[in-house]
Design a protein around this ligand. Structure first.
Ligand SMILES: *[C@@H]1O[C@H](CO)[C@@H](O)[C@H](O)[C@H]1NC(C)=O
Ligand SMILES: *[C@@H]1O[C@H](CO)[C@@H](O)[C@H](O)[C@H]1NC(C)=O
Ligand SMILES: *[C@@H]1O[C@H](CO)[C@@H](O)[C@H](O)[C@H]1NC(C)=O
Ligand SMILES: *[C@@H]1O[C@H](CO)[C@@H](O)[C@H](O)[C@H]1NC(C)=O
Ligand SMILES: *[C@@H]1O[C@H](CO)[C@@H](O)[C@H](O)[C@H]1NC(C)=O
Length: 366
């Protein structure tokens, strides 16, 4: 794409998202009392405004390795903290979005699966017996986790669901999960404080279930209409959040020891350079307080949402290739491992005014 074409597209994206964020705020204001699902509705509205312009053929697959990088610790974690990633996609997005995940961050998972309703040899996909369409998302999530439990329960310790416009840094996901025992009933993600007492994880940045959480979900939750509601519904993140609470699966705290977030509902720039005037309203629903600017985000951030393929390649470059010459970052020591059912203490953070009613892990235990 030439320069002019690019900036035109960018402008277009900016205008569209500006419009839609405004639209979402308006929607939110008028519907908050009517619909308790408005959070997801508004997020999904924004989601659909992201145009995907990248033609897969425009990005050649070039090998560009760094054989002298010291990845000893990351390699060790890949063996000790095995992560199965599954990506929610659909036939229309196999080529437009999903394939770019496979070429970027997806290859760093121990196992990578694409859940769709049609076969695709290239990805490949798992063909679930669920019709496409937003209303079927909750059913799709259940079928996907059933498949994962049936075929891969013993192949991984953690099970990470994402969308096809999520970008994840799997090494950092392993680092966050490292101390936790996979048999601890817990799940992690970006936590909203709404509708579910312990909070629920936003679907966009993805949520990761421990092995025990997966077992409870598939063996105890899905077959019971009381624990996990069996309806047709697009608000899969809310539904699984409610389910997890009913299954006594703790909603974990994904922040780092500083209290900085690691999983994000939007692209990095929305968190780094927030424009409150355009109503980045879902911050109001964050379970924990959010800082702006560089304090927004952990140095070991894990995931972002609404990432178009162009940005996936850009992030891959910025994270795995571009380095300021002469600076070698010190590695923090790995934390001690916890026993089954044990949790890290909450990070030390200042309580923000807007979030005075938020709980920390200690409160939740009682
Ligand atoms: C993508 O590539 C195909 C095949 O080369 C072409 O037909 C199509 O017009 C391209 N789409 C865009 C958006 O450039
Ligand atoms: C690589 O890093 C690890 C952990 O910091 C260290 O123990 C090891 O000596 C390093 N290897 C080389 C070849 O520098
Ligand atoms: C859930 O609903 C679907 C579709 O109506 C049905 O096929 C399935 O058996 C139900 N599952 C449970 C656990 O009730
Ligand atoms: C969750 O814990 C409560 C209280 O300990 C218990 O009564 C309930 O049966 C548990 N639910 C499940 C599904 O394990
Ligand atoms: C978010 O919170 C701020 C400060 O408490 C408030 O002024 C604003 O109206 C809230 N926005 C929405 C959309 O709820």
């Amino acid at each position: 794409m030439d320069q002019a074409g690019y900036s035109k597209t960018q402008l277009h994206i900016t205008l569209l998202s500006g419009f839609f964020i405004g639209f979402c705020v308006a929607q939110f204001m008028s519907y908050i009392i009517i619909s308790e699902h408005i959070l997801s509705v508004s997020l999904q509205l924004k989601h659909e405004t992201n145009p995907v312009t990248l033609n897969c053929s425009t990005i050649p697959e070039i090998r560009h390795d760094h054989p002298y990088d010291n990845s000893t610790v990351a390699d060790q974690l890949k063996k000790e903290v095995r992560i199965l990633c599954w990506v929610m996609t659909n036939p229309e997005n196999h080529k437009k979005k999903a394939r770019h995940i496979k070429r970027t961050w997806g290859k760093r998972c121990n196992i990578l699966l694409f859940m769709s309703s049609e076969y695709d040899d290239e990805l490949p996909t798992v063909k679930l017996d669920v019709e496409e369409g937003r209303v079927n998302l909750w059913r799709k999530v259940k079928e996907a986790f059933k498949y994962v439990y049936k075929h891969h329960y013993n192949d991984a310790d953690w099970f990470y669901k994402t969308d096809d416009d999520t970008y994840a840094i799997i090494e950092n996901l392993r680092y966050m999960l490292y101390p936790y025992h996979p048999m601890t009933p817990v799940h992690f993600g970006f936590k909203y404080k709404a509708y579910v007492k312990q909070g629920f994880m936003a679907g966009g940045p993805g949520y990761v279930l421990s092995k025990e959480a997966l077992r409870r979900f598939v063996v105890e939750g899905i077959p019971s209409n009381k624990i996990c509601i069996n309806d047709t519904n697009e608000f899969e993140d809310f539904e699984i959040g409610a389910c997890m609470e009913n299954l006594n699966v703790t909603a974990g705290d994904s922040r780092d020891w500083n209290g900085r977030g690691r999983m994000f509902v939007s692209v990095p720039q929305d968190h780094l350079v927030p424009d409150r005037n355009t109503g980045f309203w879902y911050w109001n629903f964050s379970f924990y307080k959010n800082d702006e600017g560089l304090d927004c985000c952990s140095d070991n951030a894990i995931s972002f949402h609404y990432v178009i393929p162009e940005l996936m390649y850009t992030m891959d470059y910025l994270i795995y290739h571009l380095k300021p010459y002469g600076i070698v970052r010190e590695l923090h020591r790995l934390p001690a491992k916890l026993k089954v059912g044990e949790f890290l203490p909450p990070p030390i953070e200042e309580i923000a005014n807007s979030n005075e009613d938020s709980m920390d892990d200690d409160d939740r235990k009682h």
